[in-house]
Design a protein around this ligand. Structure first.
Ligand code: ADP
Length: 414
């Protein structure tokens, strides 16, 4: 079975075609700057030359047309016809309270995703464009929605209800949703596999540290709390996002700077985090370089980031009343030897000990704690596309089986 995984952002479209028999990626690519004059399309087929195209892509439909052409292209293609695509898995950012797991897409599902546009205005509209564009090109192919929020839908109310007038939850569904669920779920399952312990017996703190960053407490295989909230702005200090701050700062800044709510929102989302503190960059590699060259604010940004991560790990341990495994994943978590070391040094009260030699790796599955460490610390590269492809395959297969059973029942009854 070949599964096409689609991840649509507001101006980008990422894709992977995966052969699910051996879980090999047979082609992947990215359309960037959709809608701008200098759109860029990159298609990387397995075992063939890379295709790069520059020139305006007006919308997601045009981008997807190019994806399909490239997949079947004589020189750069990997399949003979689009009929070789058996299913499509879509990354959908927000499933609200509608979905606690991945689901087969039909009009009702699209309506539910549309209902969530109000609470995910930057992400869900692009996700719907991706689904619609795929439907027009592959009308007979089944599609599955995999939600970033789904994994967190089983959190207890004490974790997801904000201390606000309860009516705002009832009227507007203002509550903690949490994000990066596909990544947290993938690395937690991977950790259980690697340790050979059923996930139902583990307390796991999963640290997804990339441009966006979140930490999730996973007890018995379920997310019981997470740092991101109603939107992906809450929680840790991030590349450009402020994370949790005193909410009064919002109205204070509005008054002082004479700006409206929308402008404050932009500052909190785009100009804050380690970029805002350092004034140098949102990229941790740049910050490390600047800090090594004596830049005080770059060092301060790194210190604040690490401090918030350490505290959030502590919170997650408290939520679970213990921890067996801590996982580092995503761009920074997988790569930054220094950040991992500093964060873990601040957790020695948990009996955590890091092996510096094992920690000296990037983007590999490794246990970086010593055999004596009371908590296992793992680096696990995340693979959201594979998680989406696996869910897609499982759902399509279970629906096919359901259909066969109901067809046979129909026949038997007539
Ligand atoms: P996102 O998917 O949220 O955009 P990623 O998970 O790709 O982010 O992470 C991107 C971040 O990872 C970059 O901003 C960079 O700071 C960090 N990163 C990547 N490689 C390294 C590295 N070798 N050392 C330190 N940080 C790194």
């Amino acid at each position: 079975m070949n599964v096409l995984v689609i991840n649509c952002g507001s101006s980008s479209l990422k894709y992977q075609l995966i052969n699910m028999e051996n879980e090999k990626v047979i082609a992947k690519g990215l359309a960037e700057k959709i809608g701008l004059e200098d759109s860029l399309f990159t298609h990387t087929p397995e075992g063939k030359y890379k295709l790069v195209k520059k020139g305006k892509l007006n919308d997601h439909q045009e981008a997807l047309n190019l994806v399909m052409e490239s997949l079947v292209d004589e020189k750069f293609g990997v399949i003979k016809s689009l009929e070789e695509i058996d299913a499509v898995g879509h990354r959908i950012v927000h499933g609200g309270e509608f979905y606690s797991e991945s689901t087969l897409i039909d009009e009702e599902v699209i309506e539910a995703i549309e209902k969530c546009v109000e609470i995910a205005p930057l992400h869900n509209p692009a996700n719907i464009l991706g689904v619609r564009a795929c439907q027009s090109l592959l009308p007979e192919v089944p599609m599955v929605a995999v939600f970033d929020t789904a994994f967190h839908q089983n959190m207890p109310a004490e974790a997801y209800i904000y201390p606000l007038p309860y009516e705002y939850y009832e009227k507007y569904k203002v509550r903690k949703y949490g994000f990066h669920g596909t990544s947290h779920r993938y690395v937690a399952n991977r950790a259980a596999d690697l340790l050979g312990i059923p996930i139902e017996q583990l307390k796991i703190t999963s640290c997804h540290l990339g441009n966006g960053a979140s930490i999730t407490a996973i007890k018995n295989g379920k997310s019981i709390d997470t740092t991101m909230g109603f939107t992906p702005l809450e929680g840790l200090a991030m590349g450009t996002r402020c994370g949790s701050i005193d909410p009064s700062i919002v109205t204070y800044l509005q008054d002082k700077e004479n700006i409206d709510a929308h402008e404050v929102d932009q500052i909190l989302n785009k100009k804050s985090g380690v970029l805002g503190i350092s004034g140098v960059s949102s990229d941790f590699r740049d910050l490390e370089e600047a800090a090594n060259n004596g830049n005080y604010r770059a060092q301060l940004a790194l210190d604040i980031f690490n401090y918030k991560v350490k505290k959030a790990i502590g919170t997650s341990v408290a939520a679970m009343n213990g921890v067996d495994v801590i996982i580092f994943t995503a761009g920074l978590g997988e790569n930054s030897i220094t950040n991992r070391k500093i964060i873990c040094e601040g957790l020695s009260y948990l009996g955590i000990e890091i092996d510096d030699e094992k920690n000296a790796i990037r983007r590999e599955e490794v246990e970086i704690s010593t055999p004596e460490s009371k908590v296992k610390v793992l680096v696990i590269p995340t693979d959201e596309e594979m998680a989406i492809a696996r869910d897609t395959k499982d759902i399509i297969l279970s629906h096919s089986i359901d259909r066969i059973i109901s067809d046979s029942l129909d026949k038997a009854l007539h």
